[in-house]
Structures are given as C-alpha cells and as structure tokens.
Ligand binder design. Structure first.
Ligand SMILES: Nc1ncnc2c1ncn2[C@@H]1O[C@H](COP(=O)(O)OP(=O)(O)O)[C@@H](O)[C@H]1O
Ligand SMILES: C[C@@](O)(CCOP(=O)(O)O)CC(=O)O
Ligand SMILES: [Mg+2]
Length: 328
C-alpha cells in the first residue's frame, strides 16, 4: 500500500490567460488530496472516492465504460472523476512500462471540487506519485508534474496549462509561462478564501474564453492585458508590496469578469472582501462559481464573508511549502 498527498492552489494572478502562453502565479495551499494505492492481482481498476459526493462512491472497471458504482451519484460526475483517475493510471502504465497492472485507488480530499482550488491537479499528482511508487519507481518532481499535466491536458480536451499540476507537485508559489515552470520567492501572503458552495466546469469555461478570443480582437487583447497585470504583479510580489499586489488582483478580476468567467456569487464575495478592507480580491481558477481569494492580514474579510449571502464557507489558507508528500 502506498500513500501520497498533494496540495490544492489559489491563483494570485493569471488563470485562463496562462492557457495562451501568458505567465501566471499560482500558490499551493494547505488543503490536500490524499490518494492510497494498492496493486491488484488482476488488471482491473477499483476507485473509491470518499469525498466526491456526501456519500462517496466506489466504481470498479476493467475498461473505460463498464463502470459499476455502489451509490446513486450522477453519471457525469462519475465519468469526470474517472477521466482524471483513468488518465493518471495511463501515465503510470506508460512511465513504468507495466501496462497490465490493476490498482485499488482510494481518494480522500479536503479540496472542494470544481471550485478553482485545483482539486483535479491534486488528485492526479497524488495518484501518479502513489501508483508509480507502488510499482517501485519514484518520479522526480518535474517528471511527476509533466505526467500530471498530460493527464489534465487530455481530460480538458487539449486545453490546459502546466500551472495547476506544477504548483501541486512542487508546492510554494510558482511562476508558469508556457512550458517554463519555476518556483518563486514570495512574501508572507495572508490568503482568505470565500466559497459559494458551487462549481464551474473547467473545460467549458476554458472553451468559452477561447471562443471569445477568436471572435473579438479585444477579447484577445484582454487576455494579453492579464499577462501585463501578472508581470507587474510579480514585481510587486518581489518588493513585498501587498497593497500593489491587491490592486493588481482587483484589476485581474475585472479582466476575468470581462471574459465572462465570473458569476453573481463570486462578484458578491469579491466586493464583500474589498469592503471589509482586503488588499484585493479576485476569483481563483476557472470561475463560473466556486471560490474567490482575498489578501487580508486582519480577521475582517473572513468575518465579512461569513455574513455574506451566497458565501457558504470562508477560511484562511496557509501557503503549502511542500508539494507532493510521500506518506507511506
Ligand atoms: N476527491 C475527489 N475524488 C475524485 N475525483 C476528484 C476529487 N476531487 C476532484 N476530482 C476530480 O476533479 C474534477 C474537478 O476538477 P476541475 O473541474 O478542474 O476543478 P478544480 O480543479 O478547480 O477543483 C472533479 O469533477 C473530479 O473529476
Ligand atoms: C482556467 C485555468 O487556467 C485554471 C483552472 O483551474 P481550476 O481547475 O479551476 O482549479 C485552466 C488551466 O490553466 O489549465
Ligand atoms: Mg482543475
């Protein structure tokens, strides 16, 4: 039995634009997905996802489409989850050359699903790491991140950046631009997260931005403007100037809004955070619903979010210095 965990993340700057080669700065947070893997004596894959719904569910299959599950979970949720786990195991088969081994996989996670905190990347990174180690191979972090990226790329139908997977594998604050991925130094960042209880479909939201970009040159300019905001944001980060970082987060949010990936609850939470005195606030990840991230060293933003209609949960998030953790 082998166990690995990997963290989720927030985007300080640059989601969506990073898909088109602009830089982005995601930061790993201490909310993790933990994946336990045990090799089977046959070639089947059995996946138990404890947190995928209130009840959790189990699915066992030999091929991609003969899934059997033991509780009543909507089919699209199951196929989405199986896409990531399937893809991760495919990478494991490929990198180890052992393509006929089966696994029992158990996923436990405290990262809300589809909420912009990178649950998919965390699950994929932890699954690839645990399953390769179960077969006696420990991947270097860069190789692990690359394999996880290929999985997300395939599931999101060719529309993914390396940002989430590199950040989850490496931990800390990182900078990603195309295939150039680097850890960066960052000052202490007082993250506060607001969660509306909902989710957005990453693939669909990315496709929406792509379509806008193709239709309107000013949408393409908006994506490029996000890149400019990120570059200024990096300078502010290096200087430890949180006021400027916050202002640029606000600007970044406005541009994401223009690209159609915000939502009413996200706007309400962003404004609640700003009114409470946060340095800045923006949606994080694909959008459409899910989470916002604000910077506030005082308790004001968290308290305000708790009383904001449409906000289901508000919490602080610590930077996760460590990416993948090998637990057993
Ligand atoms: N705990 C989990 N168990 C099984 N699958 C998970 C789990 N967490 C995330 N996933 C997979 O990741 C998908 C969500 O990924 P995505 O839409 O990219 O949103 P995000 O990465 O922002 O959470 C889920 O639909 C599911 O397929
Ligand atoms: C929108 C995007 O930039 C980030 C998606 O993040 P998340 O899966 O919503 O946590 C897509 C990507 O970078 O692959
Ligand atoms: Mg994701």
């Amino acid at each position: 039995m082998t166990v690995s965990s990997a963290p989720g993340k927030v985007y300080l700057f640059g989601e969506h634009a990073v898909v088109y080669g602009e830089p982005a700065v995601p930061c790993a947070i201490e909310r993790r997905a933990r994946v336990t893997v045990e090799q089977r004596s046959d070639d089947r894959l059995r996946v138990q996802a404890e947190d995928l719904s209130i009840d959790g569910f189990t699915v066992e299959y030999g091929g991609q489409h003969d899934g059997r599950h033991d509780v009543n979970v909507p089919e699209p949720l199951i196929s989405a989850a199986m896409g990531y786990v399937d893809g991760a195991i495919e990478q494991v088969h490929d990198v180890t050359g052992e393509d006929d081994v089966g696994f029992d996989v158990t996923i436990e996670s405290d990262i809300p699903l589809g909420a912009g905190l990178g649950s998919s990347a965390a699950v994929v990174v932890a699954a690839i790491d645990a399953a390769t180690r179960e077969l006696g191979l420990t991947l270097e972090t860069d190789e692990l991140a690359e394999r996880a990226y290929r999985t997300e790329h395939a599931v999101q139908e060719g529309q993914a950046s390396r940002a989430d997977t590199f950040c989850s594998a490496t931990g800390g604050a990182v900078r990603v631009e195309g295939d150039d991925c680097q850890p960066i130094e960052a000052p202490e960042l007082p993250f506060v997260i607001g969660f509306d209880g909902g989710a957005g479909e990453t693939g669909e939201l990315v496709a929406g931005v792509r379509a806008l970009r193709e239709e309107y040159s000013f949408a393409a300019d908006t994506v490029a403007a996000i890149g400019d905001v990120v570059r200024r944001g990096e300078t502010a980060l290096q200087a430890g100037n949180l006021e400027e970082v916050g202002r640029l987060m606000n600007f970044n949010h406005g541009l994401l809004s223009a690209l159609g990936v915000s939502a009413r609850d996200l706007e309400t939470m962003v404004w609640a955070a700003r009114d409470a005195g946060a340095y800045g606030a923006k949606l994080t990840g694909a959008g459409g619903g899910g989470c916002i991230v604000a910077l506030d060293p005082t308790p004001e933003t968290e308290t305000a979010l708790r009383f904001t209609p449409g906000c289901e949960d508000a919490f602080r998030a610590e930077l996760a210095e460590e990416g993948v953790k090998r637990l057993a």
